[in-house]
Design a protein around this ligand. Structure first.
Ligand code: ACO
Length: 326
């Protein structure tokens, strides 16, 4: 086990809500279609001036309060995001600026919806090798700013939000029991943001063609997500020498209720152990797992010593699974 303790959790959720009926006025869709095909009822959307780091800073203040730590005591900041404030510097550096601190190692991890688990994986090794002692790990996205609100097949899916945790080393029997991660870049174009990087820089033409918005082959993403999350989940159980009976809670990336349900059934996880927040937030990519963890914790669903199975899949394609002993 990679021993560590989560001493603080926090979220940054924008106030503004877009409901399914709001989308009925924007594109040719219905509450019935969105609910049935995705499980989403509403999603939170930022105001125009808000950036990803702003949401992380709100979440971090909450987590630090719970951890009884000052921001200056953090020694490492890792942000999982696909919607950084700026291509550079990293969102983690903007978080430092917003918190009024300096000196920490600060960097982003780009792994789509698997970003939080990738960041947690890295943090766990930094902690157990003794390099870091107080680590802020964030999963945060502002997907509304890369969404094409004329494309009904994607615009109804995404929302904005941030979730963070503060990790410290411990001698107690808790931490990461097992984990695995992977990627297949050959399938990158099934879910990507074509423009705004070095391949297609920002031009009037690229903006005109909406190449700065998310492009997705929904069906292909769906099939790959179910397959890879099932594999990653079963591998995490096998590596930990555990079965689903030993697991107290299953929290997977919240992209689509049908993906979550298909993964849960294939891994034979009982429905009462499956924790979902997709109804309220839609797909908030790297933020979906830490936001769900925060909610489950505050609802009393995560007791001391609980074993939590986490699984994610996202752009890349990337995937990861982890068993966390609380
Ligand atoms: N309202 C009404 N009809 C719609 C809508 C909508 N919002 N969107 C699509 N449709 C229509 C389509 O046009 C199509 O119509 P047609 O049969 O006349 O051509 C029909 O519904 C079926 O379309 P499908 O794409 O086959 O629908 P599907 O059941 O696959 O659901 C969805 C689409 C929800 C996108 C699903 O494929 C999905 O969830 N995919 C995975 C998404 C995901 O997990 N993304 C990964 C993370 S994102 C990230 O990493 C940043």
């Amino acid at each position: 086990m990679r021993k560590l303790k989560i001493v603080g959790l926090g979220v940054g959720i924008p106030e503004k809500i877009l409901t399914n009926s709001d989308f009925e006025k924007m594109v040719d869709t219905s509450d019935e279609w969105i609910t049935e095909r995705t499980g989403i009822k509403e999603r939170h959307i930022v105001e125009e001036k808000t950036a990803t780091s702003d949401l992380i800073i709100i979440a971090t203040k909450e987590a630090l309060k719970q951890a009884n730590l000052k921001a200056s005591e953090l020694d490492t900041i890792i942000v999982g995001t696909s919607t950084p404030d700026t291509p550079f510097p990293s969102t983690a550096c903007w978080v430092q600026k917003g918190l009024g601190i300096s000196g920490q190692a600060a960097f982003d991890v780009s792994a789509g919806c698997s970003g939080f688990l990738y960041a947690l994986e890295i943090a766990s090794y930094l902690i157990t090798c003794g390099s870091s002692k107080k680590v802020l790990v964030a999963g945060a996205e502002i997907l509304s700013k890369i969404t094409n609100y004329q494309d009904r097949s994607t615009c109804v899916l995404f929302g904005d939000g941030a979730g963070v945790c503060v990790l410290v080393p411990t001698n107690e029997e808790r931490g990461i029991v097992s984990s695995n991660w992977g990627a297949d870049g050959n399938l990158a174009e099934l879910l990507y943001l074509p423009a705004g990087g070095s391949r297609i820089p920002a031009t009037c033409d690229s903006v005109e063609k909406k190449l700065h918005t998310l492009h997705m082959a929904g069906n292909e993403v769906f099939k790959n997500a179910v397959r890879e999350m099932e594999n990653a989940t079963l591998t995490a159980l096998q590596d930990a020498h555990l079965t689903v009976e030993d697991i107290d809670l299953f929290i997977s990336h919240q992209a689509n209720i049908r993906i979550i349900e298909a993964t849960r059934k294939r891994a034979m996880i009982p429905p009462e152990k499956n924790y979902m927040t997709i109804q309220k937030y839609g797909n908030i990519s790297a933020a979906s797992i830490p936001v769900s963890l925060h909610q489950a914790y505050h609802e009393g669903r995560i007791k001391d010593g609980a074993k939590i199975l986490l699984a994610a899949f996202g752009a890349g394609f990337t995937w990861a699974a982890m068993i966390l002993k609380w």
